[in-house]
Design a protein around this ligand. Structure first.
Ligand SMILES: Nc1ncnc2c1ncn2[C@@H]1O[C@H](COP(=O)(O)OP(=O)(O)OP(=O)(O)O)[C@@H](O)[C@H]1O
Length: 223
């Protein structure tokens, strides 16, 4: 875990076969644990694409990505998929059971996480009955349960009220402090401000190399 990092070197991507219409280019940075990276940019600028590149699911047309000691990669989608008939608690207990815990202990641990994410009253509800925001928080709880080393989150607070959004942001921070690398694609200024570092894709649309900036709590950011 000490050496966990993702190294992006001169990364660029285009879905255009000619490679002329690059979404971003020359993206060079190292992502580290204990940081929460806000990935911002206008709709269509390539945030989800960059998350897929960081996860290793898309190969960039330019540059390279090295994932060192990242362990389990967990992706929390905006509209996550679960097992329709399985209960919320089952979704979170499963990673504990997979690591050898007895069901009862796993359910106790899962319940603690459901409480932390404001979902304890929904524990026995089947996944198909959860709202979009509830389903997404459930998947974040599952990400924590599965000890993800690299957590990629798409718009975690878009569908949430202020208090729940603040709780989710706090958990993303806690997760990063426990040793995970967390990257959050977001349009929400509150979520951006709750992150430690900013990757604004608008900075990477030109030929000149840019860099990630760190964010001061309270909204201002500096280099
Ligand atoms: N598999 C694909 N093939 C072709 N074009 C794609 C593919 N995936 C995404 N694109 C295009 O690439 C661009 C970037 O898409 P992406 O989903 O990464 O943007 P985004 O910044 O996450 O957008 P939003 O904020 O709206 O979610 C868009 O124009 C999209 O249509």
């Amino acid at each position: 875990m000490v050496d966990r990092k993702v190294i992006l070197t001169d990364v660029g991507h285009s879905f255009d076969r000619t490679g002329e219409d690059m979404l971003f280019r020359h993206l060079t940075m190292t992502l580290l644990p204990k940081h929460v990276y806000a990935l911002t940019g206008p709709s269509g600028s390539g945030k989800s694409t960059l998350l897929s590149i960081i996860a290793g699911w898309v190969t960039p047309v330019a540059g390279s990505v090295e994932r060192i000691d990242c362990g389990r990669v967990c992706w929390v989608l905006q509209n996550p998929h679960g097992v329709a008939r399985r209960s919320a608690i089952d979704h979170v207990a499963l990673p504990f059971i997979a690591r050898g815990e007895r069901r009862r202990t796993a359910e106790t641990h899962a319940m603690e996480l459901l409480e932390a994410f404001g979902l304890s009253s929904l524990a026995r509800k089947p996944f198909r009955d959860l709202s979009g925001g509830e389903a997404q928080r459930l998947m974040l709880a599952r990400g924590v349960a599965s000890h993800a080393g690299l957590l990629l989150v798409d718009e975690p607070t878009a569908q949430l009220d202020l208090n729940t959004a603040a709780t989710v942001n706090e958990h993303l921070h806690n997760l990063s402090m426990s040793g995970a690398i967390v990257v959050v694609a977001t349009h929400d200024p509150r979520t951006r401000d709750a992150c430690t570092d900013l990757i604004d894709l608008r900075d990477w649309q030109n030929d000149e190399p840019a860099h990630a900036t760190s964010i001061e709590r309270g909204g201002e950011h500096h280099e």
